[in-house]
Design a protein around this ligand. Structure first.
Ligand SMILES: [Zn+2]
Length: 55
């Protein structure tokens, strides 16, 4: 990985650890923080976990 900063797609805050997830039927991967991950995951059949990203 390069050293570039990544932001949570949901809350737009920069975190040192982010989670790669799919949460829509569009199959688009996004990076979110742990807190937003829990929100997206809840009652979401489209949710898919794709790994952890560390700075
Ligand atoms: Zn977030």
């Amino acid at each position: 990985m390069t050293g570039r900063v990544k932001y949570c797609e949901v809350c737009k805050i920069d975190f040192s650890i982010l989670f790669r997830v799919q949460y829509q039927t569009s199959k688009e991967w996004i990076f979110v923080c742990h807190e937003c991950l829990l929100n997206l995951k809840k009652d979401n059949p489209a949710y898919k976990y794709g790994g952890t990203w560390k700075k």
